[in-house]
Design a protein around this ligand. Structure first.
Ligand code: DX5
Ligand code: ZN
Length: 229
C-alpha cells in the first residue's frame, strides 16, 4: 500500500455497542469511515480495561478497511505477537509504556504490521525524535488516555505542529486521538495531522438500527477539517 497523507477518519469503537460489534463496524464503514480504531486498556497503564487479543480477533472479520490497534498497556512487548496474530493492521504503543521503545517498534515491525508510537499529553514531541525513521505513524493524544468523551487539551495543537515539522518528508502519519469534534478538528488538521480518531463524536445519536447519524457525524468532522486544508 503506497503512502497517502489524505485525511482519514478513524472511529474508536470504544463508543460502540459491544453487544452488536459486527453490525457497528459494518455501519461505520458503510457510513464512510476510513479506518477502525481499537483501544486496548489494561487497568494498569490506564485506569480502565477493554479488549484482549481473542476479542480483537473476533472483530477482525468484520473490518474491511484498516484496523489500527492502540495499545495502552504496560508492559507491552510480550503482547505484540498476540495482537498481530489477532489481525491488527497497525499496532501503536506508548512511549511512556516501554523502557526500550525503539525495541518495541522493531518488535512490531518484525510481525509484518505497521507500527506507531503514541505520546501522552504530558510528553514532549522530542520523545519521538529518534523513532521517526522506523515508525509509520505518531499518535498524539489530545486527552489523557483511559476514557472516551473527555475534553480536548489545547496545548497538544502546538505539539502537533512540532511533530509535523520533525517528520519533514518522511512517510509518517500523524494521528490525533481524544476529544476530536467538528469544533476541535480544524486546529489539529491545520497543524498537520492527517488521521483523526473520534469516538463519542461519531457514535452520538446513532445505532445499528439507525446508522445515518454516524455518516452525518463523520462528514461533519471531515468537512470541518477540509475547511482549513
Ligand atoms: C482514549 C482513547 C480514545 C478515545 C476517543 O483513551 O484512546 O481513542 O476512545 O474517544 P473520544 O473521541 O470520545 O474522546
Ligand atoms: Zn485510542
Amino acid at each position: 500500500m503506497s503512502f497517502d497523507r489524505s485525511m482519514k477518519i478513524a472511529p474508536s469503537i470504544l463508543s460502540a455497542d459491544f453487544s452488536n460489534i459486527g453490525q457497528e463496524i459494518r455501519a461505520i464503514e458503510s457510513e464512510g469511515c476510513d479506518w477502525v480504531h481499537v483501544d486496548v486498556m489494561d487497568g494498569h497503564f490506564v485506569p480502565n480495561m477493554t479488549f484482549g487479543p481473542p476479542v480483537i480477533a473476533s472483530f477482525r472479520p468484520h473490518v474491511k478497511t484498516f484496523m489500527d490497534v492502540h495499545l495502552m498497556i504496560s508492559p507491552v512487548d510480550q503482547y505484540i505477537e498476540a495482537y498481530a496474530e489477532a489481525g491488527a493492521d497497525m499496532i501503536v504503543a506508548h512511549v511512556e509504556a516501554s523502557t526500550h521503545i525503539h525495541r518495541t517498534m522493531q518488535a512490531i515491525r518484525a510481525q509484518g504490521v505497521k507500527c506507531g508510537v503514541a505520546l501522552n499529553p504530558g510528553t514532549p514531541a522530542s520523545a519521538v525524535a529518534e523513532l521517526l525513521d522506523i515508525v509509520d505513524m505518531v499518535l498524539i493524544m489530545t486527552v489523557n488516555p483511559g476514557f472516551g468523551g473527555q475534553k480536548f487539551i489545547h496545548s497538544c495543537v502546538e505539539k502537533t505542529r512540532e511533530v509535523r515539522q520533525m517528520i519533514g518528508d518522511r512517510e509518517v502519519h500523524i494521528q490525533i486521538d481524544g476529544g476530536v469534534t467538528p469544533e476541535t478538528v480544524p486546529l489539529v488538521a491545520a497543524a498537520g495531522a492527517d488521521v483523526f480518531v473520534a469516538g463519542s463524536a461519531v457514535f452520538k445519536g446513532g445505532s445499528v438500527e439507525n446508522p445515518a447519524p454516524y455518516g452525518k457525524n463523520i462528514r461533519a468532522i471531515r468537512d470541518a477539517a477540509n475547511a482549513v486544508l
